[in-house]
Write a protein that binds this ligand. Structure first.
Ligand code: ASP
Length: 299
């Protein structure tokens, strides 16, 4: 099996000035993941590395540069899923972890549990030697400005979906998916979105396919968007159609918008979004194709 990877850097009306950082970010993330796959690394290693890079890249709403909550600090959620075993690791509402996706992997592999939140998750980070950062290290000036503007306008939150995700297949044909986010701008303290919830923000099953989602978390949860898309691969005949139908169902049933990336068990890619734009990159042989997909080019 030839290894492959697809990554996303969120789906929203990415403004023209942010197109380049998004494009460069997803390209680099997919390239790092592909290098790992080409040197014999697993799909889990590849998605962890790709997402961890985007957490370190302040262009995205994950890790450093994440949106601030209503109290002006960052709360992060992340999840990784192993298509071989259906096991996953996830963390929610962490404030002092630089790379929540790395912590999610440790949860999956080093504990008998699947999900940890807030203080308990941060204790694990310390125990596993990931180290904790000062919460202020995750905050960038751009987000302080956005937060001040939202507070001034009295808006609860704005619908910008700049979550990151990756899906990969390695040379054994094993699938993995990962998603990481700072959630919605100006969200209430303690609000957790879909990203760390299994079947919502991501899903992976070697027998069918794997997916990572971005979009309105409360809508995504209600239709279990990633699991829905994976389940639709058989009946729709292609992961691209599965992504389109899953998002259509979400829009019709909840009004929510978002984006999806998929790889099926045959190694075929799929993506779709109901937002204006989506930042995407995937491997084509040894090359990386990166682009900002535009809504009107969607079928
Ligand atoms: N799904 C995320 C959330 O609701 C937001 C995003 O996709 O950017 O927390």
């Amino acid at each position: 099996m030839k290894p492959r990877i697809i990554v996303h850097g969120g789906a929203w009306s990415i403004s023209d000035d942010l197109m380049k950082p998004h494009l460069n970010g997803v390209r680099k993330a997919a390239g790092l993941g592909l290098n790992i796959l080409n040197s014999g690394g697993s799909a889990l290693d590849a998605v962890e590395q790709a997402v961890s890079y985007m957490e370190d890249n302040p262009a995205f709403d994950a890790g450093v540069g994440s949106f601030l909550n209503e109290k002006g600090f960052v709360e992060l959620d992340a999840m990784i899923v192993d298509g071989r075993t259906l096991k996953f690791g996830s963390v929610a509402s962490v404030r002092r972890v630089r790379n929540p996706i790395r912590l999610a992997r440790l949860v999956m592999e080093r504990t008998e549990f699947h999900m940890f939140v807030s203080e308990g998750a941060e204790r694990l980070a310390e125990r596993f030697g990931l180290g904790l950062v000062d919460p202020s290290e995750l905050i960038v000036e751009r987000e302080v400005e956005r937060w001040k503007n939202l507070r001034r306008e009295g808006k609860r939150s704005s619908y910008i979906f700049s979550t990151v995700g990756a899906v990969a297949m390695d040379s054994n044909g094993d699938l993995a998916a990962a998603t990481s986010t700072g959630g919605l701008p100006n969200k209430m303290v303690g609000r957790v979105g879909d990203s760390p919830l299994i079947g919502c923000g991501a899903y992976a099953d070697n027998l069918v396919g794997a997916a990572s989602a971005t979009g309105h978390g409360e809508s995504t949860m209600r239709v279990l968007l990633s699991k829905l898309a994976v389940d639709l691969i058989h009946s729709t005949g292609h992961p691209k159609s599965a992504a389109e139908v899953a998002l259509k169902i979400m829009k019709e049933r909840t009004g929510g918008l978002g984006g999806l990336i998929l790889i099926d068990s045959a190694g075929r890619f799929g993506y779709a979004h109901t937002t204006r734009r989506m930042a995407l990159a995937y491997s084509k042989g040894e090359k990386i194709v990166a682009f900002i997909s535009e809504e009107d080019r969607q079928t």
